[in-house]
Write a protein that binds this ligand. Structure first.
Ligand code: C2O
Ligand code: CU
Length: 485
């Protein structure tokens, strides 16, 4: 069966042949203090909180004695953490100082499609863009990154990414550590290939999933430690890699998983592994003993029935971040035993759609900027039945909404997948039924995207577009001149 799948992929024209395994070089020591992305400054005008982001070129030393050309927002690499509260009006003044077009997509955000920052909202070199919207969703760890047509992998890989933290009353009262950069720590995990001269290489070396880098970093720091001063620390894990799937955990302790992509779980889940595919987030709470260290590690992820030639990178287990507890720790509140209430009812769903991911095609078609694939009525609840028919990994991300997983091959999802999600890893040959509700923003012109978040796959066509319209409204988009290239 594996052989047939390989033949199928090649026949489908994706051209990728299973290649060498890129394993991770574990840092010899964890002796560099973790860089904490600064909280973005903002100003409030007429009740709108306004941020500024400039995409720019820079250079960064990830490894001693090596200088890498990188891209960042408001700096050399990555971007500041944006933060806003539910109910706030926000605007972002984005400037593009790169030599090529880019865009900024607010991953996980519920907002009008024209503000979404997908491939239809590219910003030319020297150009600016000012999206604005109201934050109207639960507290969560979201992120932002470019989404230019066919160029997303490289833009993210070069360093254009940052966190977008949303706050609300429910999250504030969950008993979670919440001092940013102290006991509430952004952990953006990425892998890169750094050449001897420091150059960032973006060569997937024939790996079907895309690039698997030998250097793993957190917030751009390789071999990082973080000083812990409290009994509990909350890590906001973001898989900001282009292709690699991680399974985070510790050798010697379990953690409490408290939130996934779209916010709090119903109750904390005690677990020893948190699998995150590219684009997914998880918040975990780790308990520390005074004067001890603990290392966040990525273990071999369970990828499902992946054929051996495609299990590239799955054989890796490596340390990611060291936590160093002070000899005295300030007390932390216990995590609340109940966190959040939510739930979409299957009986409310009026439409079921099916999506088959195969090579670089969804339902037999590659992404076309000029084609609308699905038209959804605003206010409706839908079930999207998603299946990865390959024996190689994919995942699935939907813009604008947070969905819930109804079942996987008919079985209820495991507790770590029972929360609100915008991206889900698709184990090969299994069917994921996702339920989601499309609210507030009808627009017959500008589409949202759904796609695989393995960014090579996305760039090569594993993406589609949907419009959300008023009942009975005729779709008009995508706008003229947006036929792709
Ligand atoms: Cu994180 Cu369509 O993207
Ligand atoms: Cu994929």
């Amino acid at each position: 069966a594996a052989g047939a799948a390989v033949a199928g992929l090649v026949a489908a024209g994706c051209g990728a042949v299973p290649g060498s395994i890129s394993s991770v070089d574990e840092p010899a020591e964890f002796s560099t203090e973790l860089t904490i992305p600064p909280l973005a400054e903002s100003r409030v005008e007429d009740g709108v909180r306004i941020f500024e982001l400039t995409a720019q070129e820079g250079s960064t030393s990830f490894l001693p004695g090596k200088e890498s050309e990188t891209w960042g927002f408001n700096g050399d690499h990555l971007g500041p953490t944006l933060r806003a509260e539910r109910g706030e009006e926000v605007a972002v003044e984005v400037a593009n100082e790169l030599d090529e077009a880019t865009s900024v997509h607010w991953h996980g955000m519920h907002l009008p499609p024209e503000m979404d920052g997908g491939p239809h909202q590219e910003i030319e070199p020297g150009g600016t863009w000012r999206p604005h919207w109201e934050i109207d969703q639960p507290g969560a760890t979201l992120w932002y990154h470019p989404h230019p047509h066919g160029r997303t992998e490289e833009h993210v890989y070069r360093g254009l990414a940052g966190m977008f933290i949303l706050d609300d009353a429910e999250t504030a009262s969950a008993g979670l550590p919440d001092e940013y950069g102290v006991d509430d720590v952004p952990v953006i995990v990425q892998d890169k290939v750094i050449a001897d001269d420091g150059a960032l290489e973006l060569d997937s070396d024939g790996n079907e999933v895309g690039l698997l880098g030998s250097t793993v970093m957190v917030n751009g720091t390789v071999g990082a430690y973080h000083d812990v001063t409290t009994e509990r620390v909350r890590l906001r894990l973001l898989n900001g890699s282009t292709a690699r799937t991680y399974a985070f955990g510790f050798e010697d302790r379990t953690v409490q998983l408290v939130a996934t992509d779209g916010g709090l779980l119903r109750a904390p889940v005690t677990t020893d592994r948190v699998r995150l595919s590219p684009g997914e987030r998880a918040e975990i709470v780790v308990e520390m003993e005074p004067g001890t260290t603990a290392r966040l590690r990525s273990f071999e992820p369970e990828l499902g029935a992946v054929a051996a030639p495609f299990a590239v990178g799955a054989n890796d287990s490596f340390d990611v971040l060291e936590l160093r507890a002070a000899s005295e720790l300030a007390p932390s509140e216990p995590v609340a035993s109940k966190l959040a209430e939510f739930g979409l009812a299957e009986s409310d769903a009026t439409v079921t759609r099916t999506f088959e991911l195969d090579g670089r095609k969804i339902n037999g078609q590659k992404m076309d900027m000029g084609r609308i694939d699905e038209v959804v009525e605003v206010g409706s609840t839908e079930i999207w039945e998603v299946r990865n028919v390959n024996l190689s990994p994919h995942n699935f991300h939907v813009h604008d909404v947070q969905f819930e997983i109804l079942d996987i091959d008919g079985e209820p999802p495991p507790p770590d997948l029972a929360g609100r999600k915008d991206t889900v890893y698709l184990e090969p040959r299994r069917t994921y039924r996702l339920i989601m509700r499309f609210e507030d923003y009808a627009d017959p012109t500008w589409p949202y995207m759904f796609h695989c978040h393995l960014l090579l796959h996305e760039d090569e066509g594993l993406m589609g577009q949907f419009l959300v319209v008023e009942p009975g409204q005729d779709p008009e988009g995508p706008p003229a001149g947006h036929g792709g290239r």
